[in-house]
Design a protein around this ligand. Structure first.
Ligand code: COS
Length: 383
């Protein structure tokens, strides 16, 4: 649904206030404890953050892509771990069901995902299959009224908390993408187990681990949309949308780091004046603002195209590539402006520097985005 601009502004204002008043003060605690506090999770549920993108018919807020990225610009302005907790329910953990699931599957899972009573997760990556996603080896063999899954999925965001997993697995011997199907696998399925939590560079409070299937039996009705062989396409469509979302979150994080760098440069005095008066510092601030503005325009344009029903596979990759690389440059400049303080954990910028590094890796590395963009050009994408 496209809400009127006043309602959308109210939503963005409410999220901005929630980020600044509720989330920002808890950032250091989340990094130290590696947990999102229960009261914060409850508050996130309360204001509907788990169901931002799930249609109203299934209990969510039903934001359009443009509305979603505008909200992500705000949500990005705090530790990415907070966004990650709601990220899979609004993104890769629900979109497959939403785009290609049967009505029964949607009715069964989407309302619980929207309410935050169930966490969804997305299982594509494997130990030997990352960028080359179509080479995945997990199998799902039909056995009467069941499929039997075998294989391991790796670095799965929110897997420890999840109640359902969208799992891509091979249902035929056909090589590459055409042999892959997508399933909804419930946490309690016999034969499903979880690996140890991964120890990550950043984004503490957001958890990942292996999801292991050993003769894991699931009812045949858990095949997404009831059609075999189209699971890779489902995964790619999920990622088209997910990449726009990550681009918007990266822009939010860049805005926050620029704001912090400006505040520090205004307060910090050297050679008898605030360092913000020095043109070499001004250059770093100006470059960051310019690049954030460019990325914001790009993401908004791609989001509007998607809302118009256009294929945005290339534009989503352009946006994710540019916005996440830009965010890395802004993080680096923000540390530089902070000087020694930028390397010390109490200033927070060191934490952001680690946290945003992931943006260039997950939901497709920068190099994979380049591949998708170049292939699009070779197929005749408008220049
Ligand atoms: N939407 C719909 N269908 C798509 C699609 C998209 N965005 N992208 C590809 N497809 C379809 C293709 O049209 C093709 O179907 P046909 O054979 O019927 O034409 C099929 O999917 C296979 O596509 P392709 O040949 O391009 O697959 P490749 O194996 O060459 O790989 C890339 C494609 C590299 C783009 C893919 O493997 C990828 O995105 N890798 C990164 C994975 C990733 O992001 N992992 C992060 C972890 S998940 S958080």
């Amino acid at each position: 649904m496209i809400r009127d601009s006043e309602t959308q502004t109210l939503l963005e204002d409410a999220i901005r206030r929630f980020v600044r008043e509720t989330l920002v003060p808890r950032e250091a605690e989340v990094d130290e404890t590696d947990q999102i506090p229960a009261d914060v999770l409850a508050a996130m549920r309360e204001i509907g953050l788990f169901g931002l993108t799930i249609p109203e018919a299934y209990g969510g807020l039903g934001l359009t892509m443009e509305e979603e990225v505008r909200v992500a610009f705000e949500l990005g302005q705090t530790s990415p771990a907070f966004r990650s907790v709601i990220g899979t329910n609004n993104g890769i953990g629900s979109i497959g069901i939403l785009l290609d699931g049967s009505e029964e599957q949607k009715q069964r899972y989407l309302p619980k995902l929207a309410a935050g009573d169930l966490i969804g997760s997305f299982c594509l990556t494997e130990p030997d299959s990352g960028s080359d996603a179509a080479s995945l080896k997990t199998t799902a063999k039909k056995d009467g009224e069941h499929y039997v899954l075998n294989g391991t999925k790796r670095y799965i965001t929110n897997a420890p908390e999840a109640g359902i997993y969208t799992v891509m697995a091979r249902t035929s011997d056909a090589k590459g993408a055409s042999g892959i199907s997508a399933f909804i696998v419930e946490r309690e399925s016999p034969g499903l187990s979880l690996g140890k939590p991964d120890k990550k560079m950043g984004q503490r409070g957001a958890h990942t681990c292996d999801v292991i299937f050993e003769n894991c039996h699931i009812p045949a009705g858990q095949l997404i949309g009831g059609v075999e062989g189209v699971g890779f396409k489902t995964a790619m469509k999920v990622l088209d949308k997910g990449r726009l979302h990550i681009a918007a979150v990266a822009i939010g994080a860049a805005k926050r780091m620029l704001r912090d760098a400006l505040a520090y440069a205004t307060e910090r005095k050297q050679f008898g004046q605030p360092i913000v008066e020095f043109q070499l510092v001004q250059g770093m601030l100006a470059d960051s603002k310019t690049e954030i503005y460019a990325a914001e325009c790009m993401v908004l344009d791609a989001a509007r195209r998607r809302d118009d029903g256009r294929d945005v596979s290339v534009e989503a990759s352009c946006a994710k590539y540019f916005a996440t690389e830009m965010c890395g440059r802004v993080a680096d400049r923000a540390v530089q402006i902070h000087g020694g303080a930028g390397y010390i954990s109490e200033y927070g910028i060191e934490r952001f520097y680690r946290d945003v590094r992931l943006f260039r890796l997950y939901e497709g590395t920068s190099q994979i985005q380049q591949v998708i963009i170049a292939r699009g050009l070779m197929r005749g994408t408008e220049i």
